[in-house]
Design a protein around this ligand. Structure first.
Ligand code: SF4
Length: 921
């Protein structure tokens, strides 16, 4: 974590305050740019989300920029065209589709990576003027269950808490959240709060032991999917032990009896609840006791709760317990959903979900359709709003498959990778007559299906606002001119609207004008009975300078709260017609993806520490790639032994819908019968490592959120004849397809070359490697060293004294460190020739003095596992001592749990190595 005292490395250039485009923490960033590029970044010390901290992804933001790989020009049917042609094509094809098939044959699929202004224009264009309700977003995959649950309980999609509540709590319960990896700055805030207040307890409830458990006073490794049973059990336990806040319940809530009756349909004895959740009953009761006896409790939950076919019920089971104990509307208390993406909240605010209309009004909100119609009417132009909700993400692509939707515009997201049953989504897109893709990157899996491709701006160019998980609106400020022909998403849609004849309703020339309209709509007729909580009318009417200078502020912002609102429901009044919050009856349900003899393993999915989504941006920073370079499968040692797979071996997972191949990582944090895989790899990075392809498309019937945490798979080792590593200079073009003939491949971008990890053949089989590279690459082998007996080989291609490629045939565990090899490619780029010593080293496969550091642990200071283990063995047996010697763990802090595990592992080894046999006996 960049600490608050750190400053951007560069001291010259213009300093701009903006936001990090990755997770929902929404950290403020101070970026230095010199007009050409962003030269450095640091945490913004004045931003209330992070107070100067940044995690490793945020602090590498400037390393992910540049023109390489960017989409530079519009394309229509595979041909580069000018903007006018592209926009005419979009407008005329959308118009033709509506004429032939009706308004509802047109759809949009958006992203929590868009800015609020982009979202607003999209929502207005599609729902207001194209007349289709089918506009949804990838935020559906992230937090739709949390939205549905808040609406059921509070009458509005309103996150009641602030980050400072986490610091002011006496108990923080983390459920289905690996905060340390997915929201690292928030995790660091909690960790510091705990150090300052030793009475603050942390409970982690998660099937996996993750790095977040580092600060847990109590860890409950529950059975996947049993969260609703656990929290319903907590509700009955509180009732039975007379721990309900009856005054609060009477005054401010309704539905307790029904919620309790539903919870009592299951056995309410602690032993029975523990058995259903596969937990120790004493540990479970300890948690119940802690929860019931503290008033200042924050329960923080994320995708582990939401991504379930009963996600909404799980969220409501949590909220029920907070309402029953009066644990919200107070400092340090509340049920707190943390979003994954930077602007999932902004999308919710404008109405960017298919079941919403606009500005926190749903279709069924009394008077909403008529009100929004009046607001959006301009001169003679009257919008034609749909009468009811549209298709949610999975349903939307089902409608594409059935032909009900004939045209879909996809912005800043990749449903061909991230949706469940993604192979079916691909087939649907392949036959869809019109697929329009707006993106900032040129080469993604989705581009294979695009008829029209529109180059959009990216982080350092975008200008507008985002809202983070605590309702805080921040300005994202553009710094650099867009490369090539890239344009802002809102501008692209405005130009299409003009060509469709809706120009008068889309007169915007600057994002500030869009924000102003958004703010005015939020306050439009928003008083008295039925008023909406989302109200930022206090931000309407800003001129350009005020908009540019806007400082972070939490909604509502209006006449009553001109400086924003830290915490909701402090007066116990909710946004329901009665003003009472609702406790919701919940019946626990098992996951829909059923385990069977053929698919006996429960599949869990999630992010890794140093990557974001489909790696289009984070893979551009080599230091972020090094933490987990290849797709992997985490398996418990017991399962691995039973299934005949070993650590670092290649293996495949198979489900009803697809296959996933990766490298096995043995993990003692993994429960038996369960495996975990990361969500990031696409066909651009690996042969068969798309998580979406493995998951069946079951959704929560209330929220539409897919069940991404409960797949059903089998696992088998992949037995191969050989494994090889090929490094190829960026400039070298292959003559044939290097992917062919492999049973596994992964591409890992390094600083100055591409690393290709290959495996194939049957056991005992060999490839004629020299002939293979001769055919593959335009530069013939110049040096090689072949050992046919062992199957090992090292070779290099050198042209004009410069390294063009390097090959090593051997298991990856024998690979040397990559830094010195990447340096040789850097030398080649700089025109430097190899000397004799360097040639010998290439053949030997090692550099004199270059230690093989092992897998990367500390991304900030590039410290590998082997170096850390050596230091521990030499006596540095604390995180502080390792930091003092190697600097690991001293910047972002994300690797501290991993350092602690290594220290623990080494001390266990040392102890067992020195324990006399007689003692063991
Ligand atoms: S915690 Fe999230 S928002 Fe903050 S720097 Fe890291 S990725 Fe960016």
């Amino acid at each position: 974590m960049q600490q608050p005292t750190d400053k951007p490395e560069s001291t010259t250039g213009t300093r701009i305050c903006t936001t990090c485009p990755y997770c929902g923490v929404g950290c403020g960033v101070e970026a230095i740019h010199d007009g050409e590029t962003v030269t450095s970044v640091a945490g913004d010390r004045d931003h209330p989300a992070n107070f100067g901290r940044l995690c490793v992804k945020g602090s590498a933001l400037h390393e992910t920029l540049g023109r390489h790989g960017r989409l530079m020009a519009p394309q229509v049917d595979g041909r580069e065209v000018d903007w006018d042609t592209a926009l005419e094509s979009v407008a005329s094809r959308l118009a033709t589709t509506r004429t032939e098939y009706g308004d509802s044959a047109v759809a949009a699929y958006l992203s929590g990576q868009l800015l609020t202004e982009d979202y607003y224009v999209a929502n207005k264009l599609f729902k207001g003027f194209l007349g289709t309700p089918h506009l949804d977003t990838n935020s559906r995959l992230c937090m739709a269950s949390a939205v549905a649950a808040y609406k059921r309980a509070f009458g509005a999609d309103a996150v009641p808490c602030s980050y400072e509540d986490i610091e002011e709590a006496e108990l923080v319960v983390l459920v289905g959240s690996n905060l340390a990896w997915n929201h690292p700055v928030l995790y660091q805030r909690l960790k510091v709060a705990k150090q300052r207040n030793p009475l603050l307890r942390v409970v982690v409830i998660d099937p996996r032991v993750t790095d977040t458990c580092e600060i847990a006073d109590l860890y409950l490794g529950l059975k996947p999917g049993s969260d609703a049973r656990l929290f319903s059990g907590l509700l009955t336990w509180m009732a039975d032990k007379r721990r309900l806040d009856t005054v609060y319940l009477d005054k401010h809530t309704a539905g307790l009896d029904e919620a309790l009756a539903a919870a009592r349909e299951d056995d309410t004895r602690i032993e029975a609840i523990a058995a259903d959740c596969d937990l120790d009953s004493e540990a479970l009761e300890t948690f119940f006791y802690w929860f019931a006896s503290q008033l200042h409790v924050v329960t923080l939950y994320s995708q582990g709760i939401n991504q379930s076919t009963s996600g909404t019920d799980k969220c409501n089971a949590i909220i029920n317990c907070h309402l029953a104990g009066g644990k919200l509307g107070l400092p340090g208390a509340g049920p707190f959903s943390i979003t994954g993406q930077p602007n999932a909240m902004g999308g919710r605010e404008v109405g960017g979900l298919a079941n919403q209309l606009a500005a926190h009004m749903d279709y069924h909100t009394p008077g909403a359709i008529e009100r929004v119609t009046r607001f959006w009417s301009t001169g003679d132009l009257t919008p034609r709003l749909p009468e009811g909700p549209g298709h949610k993400a999975v349903e939307l692509f089902n409608a594409v498959e059935s032909g009900a939707i004939q045209a879909v515009w996809i912005m800043a997201t990749n449903p061909a990778v991230s949706l469940p049953d993604a192979n079916r989504v691909r087939a649907a897109l392949a036959k869809c007559p019109l697929v329009i893709v707006s993106d900032c990157m040129a080469d993604t899996d989705l581009m294979d299906y695009a008829d029209i491709v529109l180059p959009a701006t990216s982080w350092s160019e975008k200008d507008g606002t985002v809202t983070n998980s605590e309702r805080r609106i921040s300005r994202q400020r553009g710094m650099l001119p867009p490369p090539g022909e890239a344009r802002h998403d809102w501008w692209i849609m405005v130009e299409v609207a003009k060509r469709l004849g809706f120009g008068a309703a889309f007169p915007y020339t600057h994002p500030g004008e869009i924000f102003d309209e958004h703010a005015r709509l939020s306050g439009f007729e928003n008083t008295g009975e039925g008023s909406r909580l989302f109200d930022i009318s206090g931000l309407a009417g800003m001129d350009r300078a005020a908009y540019d200078a806007l400082t972070p502020i939490q909604w509502p912002v209006n006449r009553v709260a001109p400086l924003g609102t830290v915490r909701l429901f402090e007066d116990g009044r909710f946004a329901t017609p009665t003003g009472h919050a609702a406790l919701v009856p919940v019946r626990p349900r098992a996951p829909e993806q059923a385990l069977s003899a053929a698919r006996p393993l429960r599949l869990n999915t999630g992010r890794v520490r140093d990557q974001w989504h489909t790696m289009t941006r984070t893979a551009r920073a080599p230091r972020l790639m090094n933490h987990r370079a290849e797709p992997f499968i985490e398996v418990s040692p017991a399962d691995a032994a039973a299934l005949g797979v070993s650590d670092q071996q290649l293996a495949c997972l198979t489900s009803r819908t697809g296959e996933y191949c990766g490298r096995v990582r043995l993990s003692k944090g993994q429960r038996r019968g369960e495996v975990f895989i990361p969500i990031h790899w696409t066909d651009r990075f690996s042969m068969a490592a798309r998580t979406g392809g493995l998951l069946e498309a079951h959704i929560d019937s209330l929220s539409g959120q897919p069940e991404a945490k409960h797949g059903a798979v089998s696992l088998a080792p992949m037995s191969v004849g050989w494994e090889a590593t090929l490094l190829v200079a960026e400039s070298l073009r292959c003559d044939t397809d290097w992917q062919e003939g492999n049973r596994y491949w992964t591409r890992i971008p390094l600083g100055h070359c591409q690393r290709l990890q290959l495996a194939g053949g049957e056991p005992g089989e060999r490839r004629d490697w020299l002939a293979w590279v001769e055919e593959l690459l335009p530069v013939s082998p110049s040096l090689w060293c072949d050992d046919p007996a062992s199957g090992r080989l090292r070779a290099a291609g050198i042209e004009d004294g410069r390294l063009c490629w390097w090959l090593m045939v051997a298991p990856p565990c024998e690979l040397p460190g990559m830094n010195w090899l990447d340096d040789r490619f850097a030398d080649a780029q700089a025109g430097e020739r190899l000397d004799e010593n360097q040639r010998r080293r290439l053949l030997a496969g090692c550099e004199s003095g270059e230690a093989d550091n092992g897998p990367l642990v500390c991304s900030c200071h590039q410290v590998g596992q082997k170096v850390i283990v050596d230091a521990i063995r030499e006596g540095d047996t604390s995180v502080e001592a390792l930091g003092a010697r190697l600097a690991c763990g001293t910047q972002c802090g994300s690797c501290v749990p991993e350092l602690k595990s290594l220290i623990e592992e080494e001390s266990t080894h040392a102890h067992s190595a020195t324990t006399p046999e007689t003692e063991v006996a």
